[in-house]
Ligand binder design. Structure first.
Ligand code: WTA
Length: 708
C-alpha cells in the first residue's frame, strides 16, 4: 500500500507481527489543533485529486500555480524513456514567475530578508519591486557585457547573500543555465564543475562572513580557473560581487581583462530592462552537481516548467506557504534544498523568504531563535545536523525567545526519534507540525513527507509518498518488499513526476544506468510503469505506508547532509604522490550523522611522518573543508579479496567498533587484527569510541562498499 490514504487509515494499528524487526514503531503525533483549519492542504479531498488513476493530469494543479506564456499541449511525454518531458508545448519564464508577476501585484511586498552573519549589521529587506530592478540590471550585464544567452551555461560559486538569487534569476530571465557550486567547495571542485558544464563565465564573490571571520573567497576562483583549464575549459570572464561595496575582501589580484567587479558593471546598466525570454517547459533551468558511485560528479539537469511547477506545488502544500508567511530555510542555496525551497518555490508563490549568511550558532546558540523572533518567522526549515548541534549547545535556548512556528521541516538525513522530539517540543514549543521531507538533488522536490494538516507525524519516519508520488521497495531481485514486512530494500518511485531531473548533463547513458537500469522491465517500453526510479537509498515501509529511510546504498557518505562520494575522497587522497592506496569509510557521529575516515597505504620507502596532514590537506583542496576526514590511518596493508579489491566494509567495521564479520576468504586475513589494534587503541586513547550502534547502522557498515 503506497497510496495516499486519509488520516484515519494512516492511523490503523500496526500489529505486533508486522512491527519492523529493527525498530520499535514510534507513536503518531497528530497535526496541531488549528493548523489544519488554515492549511493550504486542509481538505482530505486532495488525496483523491492526486490518486494514482489521476496521474499524470493531477500535476496540472501544480503547473496552474504558474503564469504560462503558452499553455502546454501534452502533460507528460513518455516517447523517449526515461527522458520524461513534462508540460510539452508550454512556454514560460522562471524569473517572470518568481519576480515580475509579484512586483506587478504588490511591488512593496518583501521578497527576501537577508540576515548578515554579524549581528551588528542590519537586516536587508528586499521588496519584489527592488528584486525586479536588481534582476533586470544584472541580466543586462549577462546579456550585453558577457554576451550570454539561452542555453549557455554559467558557473556560480557564491555564498549566502541576496546577490546569489539575483544572479540565478537573472540567468533564468535569459534562459541561461546556471550551475551554482556550494560556496564551501574548494576551487578545484568548482573547476571540475566549470569544465563539466562547459561554462566560460564564472560568477563569484570576494568574501563572506563565516563564524565571525571575513573569508577570502575570490582566491578559490583563481584555483578553479586553473583546474578548469587543466581539464580543457577556458573561462574568459570572472564576475566578482563585493561583500562590502567599494572594498575588496580578497588578497588575490583582479586579473585585468578577465576579472570584473559586478558593482562597477551594474553602474553602467542602471535602470536597464531585460524582457524575460519565453522558454519551452523542457528547457534546462539549472544544473546541480552531486556525487555518486564513481568519481566524476553528476550534473543533475532540471527543467524550467516541470521543476518550477513541482517546487511551487510542494511549497504550497508541504511548506504550507501563504502570501503573508515569513519563511526561513537555513540550508545553503548551493545545495538543492536552497534552490527549491529558499529561492524558486517560495518566490514562485510570492512569499517572503529569509536568507541567512552564516553558521547557526554564531555568535551563540540562541541566534536562530532571535532571528525568528525579530523577523516573525513562522515557518522554519533545517537539517538534522543543525538540530542535533543546536540541541547540544543550547537545549533550552528556544524557550527564551518569543516566536511561534506553525510548521517546521527537517531534510537531508535520517533524524533520530529523540532528536525529532526535541525539535517538536523545544523548537516548535509543541505548537508546530513537522514535515520530515525525504528527497534528493535529482528529484527536484519532496518525495516522501506527511502533509502537515492532514497526516499524523511519526518521529524518525518521513511519512508516505508525497502527493502524486508512488514509492515501492524492491529487493535485489526486483521483488516487491511489502509494507509492514519488517524487511528493508531499495526504495524506488514507480512513476515520473514533474520535478525529476531531465538527465545528467553530458552523460545520458549514466543517467539511465544509475537511476533506471536496475529495475527497468523492458528497455523498449514507452510505458512509464516499466521504468521505476531507483533512488539509491535503503528503506523500510511500515504497514501504514510510512517510510523510514536508512541511508545510501551506493558508497556515498552523507556528512552533515552533504553527499560525498567514496571515490571522490579516494581520488583526492591519491593526488598525494606518496600514497599507494586509499579507502574512505563512514563513521557514525552524534552531531554530523556520518563523518569520513581515510585509510591509506604508502608507496615503498616512504616515511609516514606528516602523511596524515598531507592527505587531509589534499581532500580539502580537491573537495573542500566539509570533507576533511576525522582520522587518516596509515596502514601497512589494506584488507583485500583474492581479486585485489579493498574490503571497505572490514575497515569500516574497525572504525565503528563493530563486528568485522567473516574475513577468512580475504587474501590477507592477518592484517585485520593488526589494523584493529592500531586503530581502536588510538581511538580509545582519544576517547573516540562511538555509542552503541543501532541494528540499521550496523547493517549499513556491514554492507559498506558493496556498490562497486
Ligand atoms: C538523504 C537533499 C533521511 C538520502 C534534499 C538521500 C534523507 C540524500 C532525507 C539526498 C530524510 C535526504 N530522511 N534521509 N528526510 N532527506 N536524505 O541529494 O540518503 O543532497 O538519498 O538532497 O540524502 O541528498 P541530496
Amino acid at each position: 500500500m503506497t497510496d495516499h490514504d486519509d488520516a484515519s487509515a494512516a492511523q490503523t494499528d500496526v500489529s505486533e507481527a508486522q512491527i519492523a524487526v529493527h525498530w520499535r514503531e514510534e507513536d503518531y503525533y497528530q497535526p496541531p489543533a488549528g493548523f489544519a483549519a488554515q492549511a493550504n492542504a486542509g481538505d482530505p479531498a486532495i488525496f483523491g485529486r492526486f490518486a494514482e488513476d489521476k496521474f499524470p493530469g493531477c500535476f496540472t494543479e501544480y503547473a496552474d500555480l504558474l503564469t504560462w506564456d503558452e499553455r502546454w499541449s501534452t502533460v507528460l511525454d513518455t516517447s523517449t524513456p526515461p527522458f520524461w518531458k513534462w508540460f510539452v508545448g508550454g512556454k514560460l519564464n522562471a524569473s517572470y514567475n518568481c519576480v515580475d508577476r509579484h512586483a506587478q501585484s504588490d511591488a512593496e511586498k518583501t521578497a527576501i530578508i537577508w540576515v548578515p552573519e554579524l549581528e551588528s549589521d542590519e537586516h536587508e529587506h528586499i521588496s519584489y519591486g527592488e528584486l525586479l530592478r536588481r534582476v533586470n540590471e544584472f541580466a543586462a550585464v549577462l546579456r550585453d557585457y558577457c554576451g550570454l544567452g539561452a542555453g549557455d551555461r554559467v558557473t556560480l560559486h557564491m555564498p549566502m547573500v541576496p546577490d546569489l538569487p539575483v544572479t540565478m534569476l537573472a540567468c533564468a530571465r535569459l534562459g541561461i543555465i546556471h550551475s551554482q557550486v556550494f560556496g564551501g567547495f574548494s576551487g578545484n571542485a568548482c573547476g571540475t564543475r566549470i569544465a563539466d558544464s562547459g561554462s566560460r563565465v564564472l560568477i563569484t564573490m570576494d568574501g563572506y562572513y563565516r563564524a565571525g571571520d571575513l573569508i577570502d573567497h575570490k582566491v578559490k576562483a583563481d584555483e578553479a580557473l586553473d583546474e578548469a583549464l587543466r581539464q580543457g575549459q577556458e573561462v574568459d570572464k570572472v564576475l566578482v560581487w563585493r561583500r562590502h561595496a567599494g572594498q575588496y575582501a580578497s588578497q588575490t589580484p583582479m586579473a585585468p581583462g578577465r576579472d570584473f567587479f559586478v558593482d562597477e558593471l551594474l553602474a553602467e546598466h542602471q535602470g536597464a530592462k531585460v524582457e524575460p525570454v519565453s522558454m519551452p517547459a523542457e528547457a534546462p533551468l539549472f544544473l546541480m552537481y552531486t556525487s555518486g558511485t564513481t568519481g566524476r560528479p553528476k550534473g543533475a539537469q532540471h527543467s524550467t516548467g516541470g521543476y518550477l511547477s513541482y517546487v511551487a506545488g510542494t511549497s504550497k502544500y508541504y511548506q504550507d506557504l501563504h502570501p503573508d508567511d515569513v519563511y526561513w530555510c537555513m540550508a545553503d542555496i548551493g545545495w538543492i534544498t536552497g534552490h527549491s525551497y529558499i529561492v524558486y518555490g517560495p518566490l514562485a508563490l510570492g512569499t517572503t523568504t529569509v536568507i541567512y549568511e552564516g553558521v547557526p550558532n554564531y555568535p551563540d546558540a540562541g541566534r536562530p531563535w532571535r532571528v525568528a523572533e525579530q523577523l516573525g518567522v513562522n515557518i522554519f526549515h533545517t537539517s538534522p545536523t543543525s538540530i542535533r548541534m543546536l540541541r547540544k549547545v543550547g537545549p533550552e535556548e528556544p524557550r527564551k525567545y518569543n516566536y511561534h512556528f506553525k510548521t517546521m521541516t527537517t531534510v537531508g538525513e535520517p533524524i533520530e526519534p529523540e532528536v525529532w522530539r526535541w525539535y517538536y517540543t523545544e523548537v516548535g514549543k509543541g505548537e508546530a507540525a513537522i514535515t520530515d521531507t525525504w528527497w534528493q538533488t535529482e528529484t527536484g522536490g519532496f518525495l516522501g513527507s506527511t502533509l502537515p494538516g492532514l497526516q499524523p507525524m511519526k518521529p524518525g519516519s518521513c511519512g508516505p509518498g508525497a502527493l502524486g508520488i508512488y514509492p515501492v521497495i524492491y529487493d535485489e531481485d526486483g521483488e516487491v518488499v511489502p509494507p509492514g514486512s519488517g524487511r528493508a530494500g531499495n526504495i524506488c518511485i514507480r512513476n515520473p513526476w514533474p520535478g525529476i531531473m531531465e538527465t545528467i548533463w553530458g552523460q545520458p547513458e549514466r543517467f539511465i544506468d544509475v537511476y533506471y537500469r536496475k529495475y527497468n522491465r523492458d528497455q523498449e517500453s514507452t510505458d512509464w510503469r516499466d521504468w521505476p526510479y531507483f533512488a539509491g537509498d535503503g528503506a523500510l515501509q511500515a504497514a501504514d505506508g510510512y517510510i523510514r529511510i536508512l541511508g545510501r546504498v551506493d558508497d556515498v557518505i552523507n556528512v552533515a547532509g552533504h553527499r560525498l562520494g567514496t571515490k571522490e575522497l579516494e581520488s583526492a587522497a591519491l593526488t598525494v604522490d606518496e600514497i599507494a592506496e586509499a579507502a574512505a569509510v563512514p563513521v557514525m557521529d552524534d552531531i554530523r550523522g556520518r563523518i569520513v575516515e581515510m585509510y591509506v597505504s604508502l608507496k615503498p620507502g616512504v616515511a609516514p611522518q606528516g602523511m596524515e596532514a598531507k592527505v587531509s590537506r589534499a581532500i580539502e583542496v580537491e573537495i573542500g573543508k566539509i570533507a576533511r576526514p576525522k582520522n587518516v590511518w596509515i596502514v601497512a596493508d589494506m584488507p583485500k579479496t583474492r581479486s585485489g579489491k579493498i574490503m571497505r566494509r572490514v575497515i569500516a567495521s574497525v572504525s565503528n567498533f563493530t563486528d568485522v564479520g567473516d574475513v577468512t576468504t580475504l587474501a590477507n586475513p592477518e592484517v585485520v587484527d593488526k589494523i584493529r589494534r592500531q586503530v581502536q587503541s588510538t581511538k580509545v586513547a582519544k576517547g573516540e569510541q562511538p555509542r552503541e550502534l543501532t541494528e540499521a547502522e550496523k547493517e549499513e557498515i556491514a554492507k559498506y562498499g558493496n556498490a562497486e
